[in-house]
Design a protein around this ligand. Structure first.
Ligand SMILES: *[C@@H]1O[C@H](CO)[C@@H](O)[C@H](O)[C@H]1NC(C)=O
Ligand SMILES: *[C@@H]1O[C@H](CO)[C@@H](O)[C@H](O)[C@H]1NC(C)=O
Length: 357
């Protein structure tokens, strides 16, 4: 039998049209639709579902209003709303509360018509990020935020450490990594939802990132009492030695035992969202100019020469120039190898990065 591929495809297309014609045209979801989820900037997504009249949702089609009242008067409370156009018919709506609000109303109209299910009104208090509102216990927090299953990686990293007694190992951790010029290590204790810390090393400025995420958590949730060590460096610490210690890090590798957690630029991106943030993971999505289809299927990378692996990447890219567009932006550690791994190319800003090739 000759398989008529055109028929098959037409059927799929027609079937899809029939399925979608009567269905709701827009999908709206995200944590910003749940008032109990307190974030520095709340956000949700609007996506137009492909339809037979494939009019992409344009920014001018959207009319979004988010308003609420102060809790002690009927006056409007301060909310700042910001819409990010991802240039593919989908949008990210962000809004920031500068004070607690009640009767927050989220109204979304598309081409002048109310979207099904909107306006949404929340009659209870919506808290702002700076509120000390640790009304949740851990399980209700994880439940409300729909955190889902614990990631396999963190389970595996923690699996190595059972029944940790910091009373016994704390001193040994501090002495094992006593190398003030090279190692920056902080010991945190959370007790009665208060944060205590002691840092070791000459360069411990990055403790502010860990402090900030812990402070943000303790404002939202009653944390159980616990203790941890955090490596502030950008290289894993716990190498295969006689004894491995539980240390949280922003980086890991196959030959180290650090417990890897989200990096400081990711946590900062969330905490400073709609504020003074350098690497904003959401707003960068609203800066994309080129369509996905127009991109080149290549790996794009820029960075300085901070490790030998990066030089290796340059070598690999020279073997496969059609797959890689990578280059160093600066020489500092391997200046004597500039001939081989240069020339350098210009720094590419984070906001241009995803349009670079
Ligand atoms: C946590 O809070 C929820 C909701 O307030 C409550 O139902 C639950 O019993 C609490 N759990 C614990 C362990 O306190
Ligand atoms: C690599 O990317 C840069 C920055 O977009 C571009 O100027 C350059 O032409 C690209 N190089 C190649 C070989 O495609």
């Amino acid at each position: 039998m000759k398989l008529n591929i055109y028929c098959l495809i037409m059927k799929i297309i027609i079937f899809n049209c029939i399925v979608y014609v009567d269905a709701s045209e827009y999908k709206i979801w995200g944590p910003g639709l749940k008032p109990e989820i307190v974030m520095p900037a709340r956000y949700f997504f609007i996506e137009s579902i492909p339809n037979c009249d494939t009019n992409l949702l344009e920014l001018i089609d959207l009319d979004i209003k988010i308003e609420g009242s102060k809790i002690d008067s009927n006056k409007p409370c301060r909310i700042w709303t910001n819409i990010l156009n991802r240039n593919d018919g989908s949008y990210i709506v962000r809004y920031k509360l500068y004070e607690p609000c009640i009767n927050v109303k989220i109204d979304i109209k598309v081409r002048g018509e109310n979207i099904k299910g909107f306006p949404l009104t929340f009659k209870y208090i919506m808290f702002s990020e700076d509120c000390n509102c640790n009304i949740h216990n851990v399980s209700s927090f994880i439940n409300n935020w729909e955190c889902g299953e614990t990631q396999t990686q963190i389970k595996e990293d923690l699996h190595l450490f059972k029944g940790i007694d910091f009373g016994k190992i704390r001193k040994r951790i501090v002495s094992t990594y006593d190398n003030p010029g090279a190692v920056s290590l902080c010991n945190y204790v959370i007790k009665n939802n208060l944060i205590y810390r002691k840092c070791y090393g000459q360069h411990v400025g990055f403790k502010m990132f860990m402090d900030n995420i812990l402070l943000s958590l303790t404002r939202k949730v009653l944390l159980p009492d616990f203790e941890m060590f955090v490596n502030l460096g950008d290289w894993p610490l716990v190498k295969d030695t006689n004894e491995i210690f539980p240390i949280f890090s922003w980086c890991g590798s196959k030959d180290s035992f650090d417990i890897v957690m989200p990096t400081y630029d990711i946590t900062e991106s969330t905490l400073e969202s709609m504020g003074r943030v350098m690497l904003d993971m959401l707003s960068v999505q609203g800066n994309v100019r080129d369509k996905w289809e127009n991109r080149h299927p290549k790996i794009f990378w820029r960075g300085r020469d901070s490790s030998r692996e990066r030089l290796k990447l340059i070598e690999i890219s020279r073997q496969y120039p059609d797959l890689f567009n990578v280059s160093l932006t600066n020489f500092f550690f391997f200046r004597n190898e500039m001939e081989k791994y240069g020339p350098t190319s210009k720094h590419v800003s984070f906001y241009d990065f995803f349009d670079a090739i």
